[in-house]
Design a protein around this ligand. Sequence first.
Ligand SMILES: Cc1cc2nc3c(=O)[nH]c(=O)nc-3n(C[C@H](O)[C@H](O)[C@H](O)COP(=O)(O)OP(=O)(O)OC[C@H]3O[C@@H](n4cnc5c(N)ncnc54)[C@H](O)[C@@H]3O)c2cc1C
Length: 456
Amino acid sequence: MSLSCDVAVIGLGPGGEALASRLAQEGLDVVAVESGLVGGACPYWGCTPSKLFLRAAHAVAEVRRGATLVGSAEVTPDFAVVARRVREEATDDWDDTVAAERLESTGARLLRGHGRLAGSGAVEVDLADGGTERVEVRRAVVLNPGTTAAVPPIEGLAGTPFWTNHEALEATALPATLAVVGGGPIGVELAQAYARLGSDVTVVEVGERVLGPEEPEASAVLRDALREDGIDVREGASIASVSHDGERFTLHLDSGDVVADRLLVAAGRRPRLHDLGLETVGLDPDARSLEVDDALRVAGTTDLWAVGDVVGRGAFTHVSMYQSDRAARAILGEDLPPYDGSFPRVTFTDPEVGGVGLTEQQARERGIDVRVGTTDLAASSRGFTHGPGAAGVVKVVVDADRGVVVGATVVGPTGGETVSGLSVAVRGEVPVDVLRNSVYAYPTFWRAVESALADL
Ligand SMILES: Cc1cc2nc3c(=O)[nH]c(=O)nc-3n(C[C@H](O)[C@H](O)[C@H](O)COP(=O)(O)OP(=O)(O)OC[C@H]3O[C@@H](n4cnc5c(N)ncnc54)[C@H](O)[C@@H]3O)c2cc1C
């Protein structure tokens, strides 16, 4: 059997789904191919369920802070309530019927199955209900296959029933003990969620600090917060091996063994570039990412595009959506404004860690004449009135030659929101003089930015 279309989209993460819908609404003939659930990781095993977990977990911490703020307060977390909300309210029991119908209502044709390139201008789909479909594509093929959890080559790990983000977010029972390998955003978010909901959690990070790519000041605040939650945070760890005795895991570390009922592997993400037919168009399936230009066209091709985590420009839903919009416009022949590479990133722990643009180290590596300003959020007026839970820091990284902020970090109760103002400053290259000569509402967390600027 064979089909033809204007545009084929392989993989329907947030960006791929939006692009397929958009182009179909613009009148193009679109075939959209998905082997899992329409919408990808974010709504089913990523952003949404993890934020539901965290909302519940942070409510537990906030109620406990009530003891200091207003008098006695008690909460007994019930994991079943959280698991039910994830299943019923967030993921529809991991059923994408509504998303699929929404996509098809735009006129796009949905093929359920595994898609791969079959040379230039053609796609082949192993249909979920059997058989193979070949699709001749007239205008563009867009790849949005996303990532899977990377599994580090630790002796003994393969073959054990470890969790990835999938099992951690599908769980129906709280493990008494949980070991988390990886102190990146996914690892620390889920570690804090499980700890606050009642698990005894250990985080094992082989890098020198949790949230390694973020500012060291951010890692320090978060490490303390995680330890306050009772989490055993082991940084700079070396994992010799992992074993499972049928019931429990043992991680053999240089700093002593960790024994846990469950083991969550959150040690980075691996792009799904294998079995995508990349070799049929002269591309390397072993690459770490697909190189694209600012219109998201894959380097060295004329009719192949890629959006989302696989292009290696930030593994976030908002980045995937931004790229999706650009790719759609480029495929429609529209001119594009310059690419915004200063995207914000947020880790939704408590305190939240918000960042935008370059860290101090990245700015120095680029040869920028760097000035930094920092301030302690807890010491700000809002930090004082907020009381417990106000630990945090604001750090701004300035290009002294140009007099503009090139990066910023806000750690605090609303770090992810507060950093938004600085995102605009970085994106708009707002002069530092203008930022200093501005009025900051009293007593907001945002006002601490003024103090960080004063520290430059
Ligand atoms: C636990 C967790 C929490 C996260 N939290 C946040 C957050 O708070 N904020 C945020 O911005 N981001 C968050 N992310 C990241 C976010 O989920 C991704 O950046 C986002 O989903 C965009 O990914 P994507 O579009 O590249 O692809 P994905 O969402 O991974 O989707 C790719 C889709 O392609 C399909 N596919 C793959 N290969 C094929 C093929 N050959 N044929 C057919 N279909 C195929 C897959 O089944 C999948 O549905 C989180 C991720 C995780 C894992």
